[in-house]
Ligand binder design. Structure first.
Ligand code: SF4
Length: 531
């Protein structure tokens, strides 16, 4: 048997676990590297990343190969090529924490971090970057802000025409309203490009047994969400909520093999009649369904019937404080959560994961105690499944009503201690790292002056030392609560007005609820009119 080096075996193992990858010959083609700067399992469960891979490879003139942030030498999965061999490098960035990995990857592959010192074109997209491209922009040739299906027709001709001619390609990209780079005049707004009427649901047929959604075909059944949870970046940035007709969704069923596993992706869909029809048609084909998210207040009996094979379910009450439920605009009374858990107890479920947050705007210790009491009470009720309780520190995200909220590390540390003291041992408990939350808050809210901070982190300096390089730490983490305070991300137009967000912030502080979106009637935030 020929000798296969360890790192090559590692990549071959990934390919062996996949169905649907593309391995093309390079000769005469434009090589594009598609990089997910985090683990393989996460990247392979990201529908945007998978869709981009399939779309780029659908062009005869292009060869697109994948990279992930893994131990060992970084080479492409398909043909074991180094990153340096690709003329265009595209990063997908769904999480702010991955910004540091972008620098680490470029350095590990001996590609200069300064755009003017390299001949490669380094571009990036993904929701973390759409929200605020400023912190990473000193290291990028540009950011692509928008949905790929909306921009593909404009970008591909430029790639085909100018690949290998960096200056000309960037010059042409600069003309596009969705393209951001530091060299664009600061007065120019960058509009996130979205499909006003998505025609066909996005589906990925590249599946991997080593993805988080193990061996599943991923299918997007809706875009955006109209529930208006005030902490949720995705809920605002993907506005307006957009769905597909029943017929369009049912057309997809013929593409899915009998007995397949399918992950349905969408922020809010389970009370839509057409998605229910799709779920039933897939079940009739012997398909096993999994879901990206489940809304407690929309889990009807009809919908629960789709979860035939499901052994584990994740629900997000966020808080048990009824006051805070109004602040965050996620009004799901505790009785409703308990009644759903009782209905779930009648099903053969093994595990229920419950997600909570702490450090929410205006949160007091008594609010946290309400969550603690609620969780302790679950223990007494003796449900037949195991609970896994997860607490995440709240991070105030751009383009949400909570962009005016503060991130206070000292308060969070105290609250974390309280949770650990009261809940340790009650159930399986996970409290997310405060260090990572602080990093996330800075990278979500900062500007291009974070350049030195990012460089330090990429060199392996501990966060505490790297923080000394942040010039305006307080201003980034605790903004004044004034409507016209200029945020670094104000240049990015997500189609939702800042005035609307500020009104929502004031309503949050007054503990007032906002109803769900009514797309055909409403103009409140501007997204339904401006798209
Ligand atoms: S305009 Fe109204 S319905 Fe449309 S996204 Fe905004 S709030 Fe929702």
């Amino acid at each position: 048997m020929p000798f296969i080096p360890k790192e090559l075996k590692h990549r071959e193992n990934y390919l062996l676990s996949e169905k649907g990858y593309v391995r093309k010959r390079w000769r005469g083609r434009i090589p594009i590297a598609l990089v997910f700067p985090n683990a393989y399992a996460l990247g392979m469960s990201n529908l945007g990343f998978l869709y981009l891979y399939e779309r780029l490879n659908s062009y005869e003139e292009i060869v697109c190969e994948r990279f992930f942030w893994e131990e060992g030498p970084l080479r492409s999965l398909e043909n074991n090529r180094p990153l340096k061999d690709f003329s265009i490098i595209l990063f997908t960035l769904p999480f702010e924490g991955d910004f540091v990995n972008v620098l680490k990857i470029l350095k590990a592959c001996e590609i200069p971090l300064e755009p003017e010192k390299r001949d490669k074109v380094v571009l990036a997209g993904g929701v973390a970057l759409w929200a605020n491209p400023m912190p990473l922009s000193p290291f990028l040739d540009g950011a692509l802000l928008g949905e790929w299906e909306a921009m593909e027709r404009e970008i591909i001709p430029l790639f085909l025409r100018f690949a290998g001619e960096k200056e000309k390609l960037l010059e042409a990209l600069h003309e596009k309203s969705f393209f951001f780079s530091l060299s664009k005049p600061t007065s120019e707004k960058i509009k996130i490009l979205k499909k006003s009427r998505p025609e066909k649901p996005i589906i990925s047929s590249l599946v991997s047994e080593r993805a988080q959604f193990k061996g599943s075909i991923l299918l997007e059944v809706s875009k955006g969400c109209g529930r208006s949870c005030r902490f949720c970046l995705a809920g605002y940035i993907y506005r307006p909520p957009r769905g597909y007709s029943r017929d369009t969704l049912l057309e997809v069923v013929s593409q899915i093999p009998h007995g397949a596993k399918v992950g349905l992706i969408g922020l809010e869909f389970i009370d839509r009649e057409e998605v229910l029809a799709l779920g039933k048609a897939l079940l009739a084909k012997g398909v096993t369904l999994t879901f990206s998210s489940l809304r407690i207040d929309a889990l009807t009996e009809e919908f629960l019937a789709l979860l035939t094979q499901t052994k584990s379910i994740a629900l997000a009450p966020e808080t048990a404080s009824e006051r805070l439920k109004r602040v965050i605009n996620k009004w799901i009374p505790n009785d409703e959560v308990l009644s759903l858990l009782e209905r779930l107890a009648l099903r053969p479920l093994k595990r229920v994961k419950l997600y909570f947050m702490f450090g929410l705007p205006s949160e007091k210790e008594e609010d946290l105690w309400e969550s603690i009491k609620f969780i302790k009470d679950l223990k007494k009720r003796k449900f037949p499944f195991a609970f896994r309780i997860s607490f995440s520190p709240f991070v105030p995200k751009p383009h949400t009503p909570f962009q005016w909220a503060s991130f206070n590390l000292n308060e969070l540390e105290e609250k974390k201690r309280l949770l650990e003291r009261e809940l340790r041992g009650a159930f399986e408990l996970k409290i997310d790292s405060l260090k990572e939350a602080l990093l996330q808050a800075l990278l979500a809210r900062g500007d291009a002056s974070l350049k030195e901070f990012l460089l330090s982190l990429s060199e392996g300096e501990p966060l505490k030392r790297a923080l000394k390089k942040v010039e305006r730490l307080e201003a980034i983490l605790s903004p004044p609560q004034e409507r016209d305070f200029p945020f670094p991300w104000d240049r990015v137009d997500i189609s939702v007005s800042k005035e609307f967000l500020f009104r929502e912030w004031q309503k949050a502080m007054a503990e007032r609820l906002t109803p769900f979106c009514e797309v055909s009637k409403c103009k409140a935030c501007g997204a339904c009119v401006s798209l």
